[in-house]
Design a protein around this ligand. Structure first.
Ligand SMILES: *Cc1c(COP(=O)(O)O)cnc(C)c1O
Length: 378
């Protein structure tokens, strides 16, 4: 018997729990039609121009990508009107999160701070890196207590994570509050980085007013993360990016695996950025669908939290049975949403905004489930 084993911190790890896949549910319930509203993907699919770019570049699959993804970097710098020396791209923003932790925090010595609950990649990648994870609870209404977050910060703290709009609640703090947090963090811990994850920011009604990145006033101690997985419709290709302080961006490129952004991701990403019509349609569909779902769930007696993102957090009405029962009743009807046990919110559910047909099917199924006793028995 070999004595090879992973480090204790890896053996103890609770891994990331992804949304269920369509294929899994088709098989398990013998369904031909399954709707997935679980992973905040683009309800309109992938941009036609991005699909065409992926096809056009298929003959280049035997090539390595160009080092440093310079065309993509330039396009993103233009998009956000920032110096291209600030832009970092990665295999999803997950890769950038992971790398920032490993670049800044020493295993066994340093800590990071985030809210509880929050996007689970921050604590998971922190633990994998051997970094102490400090967490403070969200307010009852899922808003942020930045004073409490800052109280977690001491000389050992190298990163603070804030998601805006937040996952899984959709809460979006005023951008002035985030700027103020960056300023206070710089005062108490000059070597600590504020990571502002704006994965869902483009879905906000007023992106220009809500985003510190869009304001152009970038604090020296902050990184802004965005992704092609949500509004740009390329989750399967794995493409994310960050706007970093220039010195940190330079180190990022030294530390990143050389070819983590592949040829198809780069070409499709560039094409998606150019597809302004698809972009408009996506943002319109999500903002409209979000209102439809909010009104529909509210009319059914659910509690729905205000969301600036492409998903809604909700709770069932009192006496309507458990969230788990409702989730499973939806699965039997071929609709996948997100249970939130892994966020320690077992009585809450999260539904991604779908297209008009998917939203209607979800609301019809919810009406049926809440009227019938099956959820109550579960
Ligand atoms: C979906 C999501 C991301 C994006 O992850 P990718 O690796 O780019 O697919 C980042 N942060 C949050 C909070 C998310 O929900």
């Amino acid at each position: 018997m070999s004595e090879i084993s992973a480090l204790p911190r890896i053996r103890e790890l609770d891994a990331y729990v992804p949304g269920l896949s369509i294929a899994e549910i088709q098989q398990k319930y013998g369904l031909s039609q399954v709707i997935k509203m679980a992973s905040n993907e683009n309800p309109l699919g992938a941009s036609p121009l991005a699909q065409e770019a992926a096809r056009r570049h298929a003959p280049s699959l035997f090539r390595y990508p160009q080092g440093g993804n310079p065309r993509l970097v330039r396009a993103l710098a233009d998009l956000h009107a920032v110096d291209s020396r600030r832009v970092a791209v990665g295999n999803g923003s997950d890769e950038i999160i992971d790398l920032l932790i490993r670049m800044l925090a020493e295993p066994g010595k340093h800590s990071l701070a985030c809210f509880e609950p929050c996007f689970s990649i921050y604590p998971i990648q922190g633990r994998i890196a051997g970094v102490k994870v400090r967490r403070c609870p969200l307010e009852k209404d899922f808003s942020f207590d930045f004073d409490a977050l800052l109280r977690l910060v001491d000389q050992s703290t190298r990163l603070v994570f804030v998601t805006t709009p937040d996952n899984p609640s959709g809460y979006c703090p005023p951008r002035g509050a985030v700027a103020d947090l960056a300023g206070r963090l710089a005062d108490i811990a000059p070597d600590c980085l504020l990571v502002v994850d704006e994965a869902y920011m483009d879905f906000a009604e007023d992106e220009a007013g809500a985003s510190l990145l869009a304001s152009g006033a970038l604090p020296d101690n902050a990184v802004f993360l965005r992704t092609f997985s949500k509004s740009w419709g390329l989750a399967g290709l794995r493409l994310g990016y960050g706007v970093l302080p220039p010195a940190l961006a330079e180190y990022f490129w030294r530390a990143r695996l050389p070819f983590s952004v592949n040829i198809l991701a780069e070409e499709a990403g560039l094409a998606a950025l150019a597809d302004t019509a698809f972009r408009r349609a996506t943002l319109d569909a999500v903002r409209r669908g979000r209102a439809t779902l909010r009104d529909g769930l509210t009319a059914l007696g659910c509690t729905v939290w205000p969301s600036a993102a492409n998903f809604l957090l909700f709770r069932l009405p009192p006496d309507a049975g458990s969230a788990k029962g409702c989730f499973e009743a939806l699965l039997r009807r071929g609709i996948i949403i997100r249970p939130l046990n892994s966020y320690n919110l077992p009585e809450h559910l999260r539904v991604s905004v779908g297209d008009a047909g998917e939203n209607a099917a979800f609301l019809a199924a919810m009406r049926e489930i809440l009227a019938a006793p099956e959820a109550r028995r579960a």
